[in-house]
Write a protein that binds this ligand. Sequence first.
Ligand code: TYD
Ligand code: MG
Length: 468
Amino acid sequence: MARLKSTFVCQNCGAVSSRWQGKCDDCGDWNSLVEEAASAGVAAGPLKSKRKGRVVALAPLAGETPEAPRVVTGISEFDRVTGGGVVRGSTLLVGGDPGIGKSTLLLQAAGALARQGHRVVYVSGEEAIAQIRLRASRLGLADAPVLLAAETSVEDILATLAVGEAPALVIADSIQTLWTEMADSAPGTVTQVRASAQALIRYAKQTGTAVIFVGHVTKEGQIAGPRVVEHMVDAVLYFEGEGGHHFRILRAVKNRFGPTDEIGVFEMTGGGLGEVRNPSELFLGERNVATPGAAVFAGMEGTRPLLVEIQALVAPTTLGTPRRAVIGWDQSRLAMVLAVLEAHCRVRLGDCDVYLNVAGGLRIGEPAADLAVAAALVSSRLNAALPADCVYFGEISLSGSIRPVSHATARLKEAQKLGFGRAVLPSSASGGADGGGAYRGIGQLVELVASIASTARGRSGDEHGADD
Ligand code: TYD
Ligand code: MG
């Protein structure tokens, strides 16, 4: 293939530019443009075609469609996130930090499927066969009939897969190590990754084999290089967890065949990833009830309620600009809650450092956590422990009022199941909720602050942060 001319491709977003520049115009990333041959890749292919278009039959929207056939691993936390099993002929991308357990998870899924009698091929471009075998024996999967290959060439992989019956599932670990002769840029570049992914996706669609790609994640938390691949696959799952914790969370961020708000919770043990059937118990496991600054949030992850402890530390600052550090929650939402507490509830926080942590390494995206965060902050500021059997949920608006959130009944049920008889929640939700607990519906954030302040006063009689 003759080299026509060079183009410069952003390794972050895949945008193409005709000359080199320090900053990508599309995504604004610096120093991400890499020279690649213009004839390379897949985009160049169809443009050269002189073929006249063929008439395709247009189909009506209404019509009978059978349920997509799925392969179910039996690892229920994994099946839940994929929407009830991996759809045949579909492609999945599993992203996550190095060492988080992607290869472990997928080897366990592969082993489970192989034991059911499915033909499963695990292709690793990162580990040797001996390494994978070693891991399998540690996982108790040494006898599972998974077929292994240590290979990075897409052409060789496709030729291998063409022999014999088409597998039910192929795992490609990782997408960044694959390379194809169809593109003549270096392995790991956007063009290579995209061309390799496309070749395997085409294979999946033709044969009905499900293909799972493993993708590495950059420091910014995006799947490295090929954000383009996210658009090409049917589902994108992220496998995440906080460094020192052994909990791992599998989260769907895109799924053409299922919901995207479900999570699967795993625990990394010496024998691989164990499923966590009741995550609330796990996230509350190490709870120290008598400490000020801890509030239990009754959250929802998809269809599943999840109780988690929010911890806050508010301490006088020694710095000119007080520190605000957040783990597991949104920094700007914390700023908003602090501003509302300061402006509408007269809780002085401007001269305090604020640290906020979601226990267990969980990441919360729900606005319903606002009220639990506020409760933890005020509790720490006033040095008053919150009731040990109380959960909090509700969204705080900028005016200081508490907005209702969805699934109040499910949240309260889960709380009761775990022995939390009391709840502070939006007033509109408390009317509909039943269950016999002591539920306090509030309309304004200031009501919560007042009740925490009154317990603080009752306990010590001291003057604290809230103005009189
Ligand atoms: P791995 O699946 O190799 O991560 P990734 O493919 O995402 O890079 O997981 C590696 C980590 O998991 C490693 O630090 C050791 C730990 N681990 C266990 O704790 N127990 C186990 O049984 C296995 C297989 C791994
Ligand atoms: Mg790996």
